[in-house]
Design a protein around this ligand. Structure first.
Ligand code: ZN
Length: 378
């Protein structure tokens, strides 16, 4: 069933005959599985007219009429809730500034009533909620659903986030590091439909990453896989929160960049000074791009992605300067791989992690449809 769902997702519209061709399953099996999925309200039939002769064909696609998924992003400065349908269409978003809130109790004062309202609205419209996906600063203990000790996120140490949310809202709940949810947004709803190997890099207050290899999110032994911001860029450089020295984050994040410039304290000011040709600002930007280039070449050689997606609050400030970085990268990559260099901006901008949180639940539906739907029925 999982294989059939994945093919339907990949093609968006596909006929039963094509499903037989692509999966190698018998037409009898495809008939039974698709019948079951239609009954469950996960997929639906619709008629498409194909070719010049106007032949009508019955196609299959995801059904957006029965289920909704909620994505929640709990960030250091904002929180966002999105509601999506099974086609990945965002049907509602709510965003709040959280910059003067500290710790779980303070956050839940805002999140609680909003999430209750969203849940009530979805249910009163007759939809079933498949689950709640959550993006939150890592690292975390996935088995226990507990945060460990997220840097710059006071009050959340050892917080049992998943069980608290399950108790509060009674929904199937999945939690994930926010850089990985951002990667999942591309994997399931964005640019990842055509690729199985991508790295998402989010640059802002910190630098994080999410690695999708062979279609699967990779976490590693300690959940640290893809922590690209903590690769060493400056030998014996500045001390980092992680315990290492000279991490990319210490020089390439927004605070890292501004710490190398004495002329102001915002990226807007830095960019204005760069445009005005102020020498110290130019040097700071040049070094920033050089660190970025080094970070990216390491990412390419370590993970061999088909696609690198750049997002986060820093990205818009660097977007205009990326062409030379890409050109340099091409000259530094293995010759046979250099034409495959593909670096693009994220699809969902500031909503990336919340959309990706919803994508976690969608991924669960595709890999274990029977289990998730059984949980949903309660
Ligand atoms: Zn570090």
């Amino acid at each position: 069933m999982s294989e059939v769902l994945e093919k339907i997702w990949q093609h968006q519209q596909i006929s039963r005959v094509e499903l037989v061709e692509h999966t190698g399953l018998t037409s009898g099996t495809i008939t039974n599985l698709t019948h079951e999925l239609i009954e469950l309200g996960v997929i639906r039939e619709f008629e498409a007219v194909s070719g010049n002769v106007g032949r009508r064909r019955v196609m299959l696609g995801f059904d957006s009429r029965r289920y909704r998924i909620i994505g929640l992003d709990i960030g250091r400065a904002t929180m966002e809730i999105v509601v999506v349908d099974l086609n990945g269409k965002i049907v509602r978003t709510i965003e709040r500034d959280m910059s003067d809130r500290k710790g779980p109790d303070d956050y839940f004062e805002v999140i609680d009533p909003l999430l209750r309202e969203v849940k009530r609205d979805i249910e009163s419209e007759g939809y079933t909620i498949l689950g709640l996906g959550v993006g939150v600063p890592g690292p975390m203990d996935y088995g226990a659903g507990t945060l460990l000790d997220p840097p710059n996120f006071p009050g959340w140490k050892n917080y049992p986030l998943r069980s608290v949310l399950e108790q509060k809202f009674g929904l199937t709940t999945l939690i994930e590091d926010d850089a990985r949810t951002s990667a999942m947004a591309e994997r399931w709803y964005g640019l990842g439909r055509t690729t199985q190997n991508l790295v998402f890099i989010t640059m802002g207050i910190g630098i994080g990453g999410g690695v999708v290899t062979d279609g699967k999110i990779v976490r590693g032994t300690n959940g640290l896989c893809g922590q690209v911001g903590h690769m060493t860029i400056v030998i014996n450089g500045k001390m980092c929160d992680c315990g290492n020295r000279g991490c990319w984050e210490t020089v390439g994040s927004i605070p890292g960049i501004l710490s190398r410039w004495s002329g102001g304290n915002s990226m807007e000011q830095l960019l204005a000074a760069v445009r005005a040709g102020e020498p110290e600002a130019l040097k700071c930007m040049e070094d920033t791009l050089s660190y970025l280039e080094t970070g990216l070449i390491n990412v390419y050689n370590l993970y061999d992605p088909e696609l690198v997606v750049l997002g986060g609050r820093l990205y818009p400030y660097l977007a205009d300067y990326l062409l030379p970085v890409q050109n340099h990268l091409r000259s530094r990559l293995y010759a046979f791989a250099k034409d495959r260099l593909n670096i693009v901006p994220s699809t969902y901008g500031t909503s990336q992690s919340a959309v990706g949180a919803a994508a976690l639940v969608f991924g669960f539906l595709l890999s274990e449809p029977v289990r998730l739907l059984a949980l949903t029925e309660g």
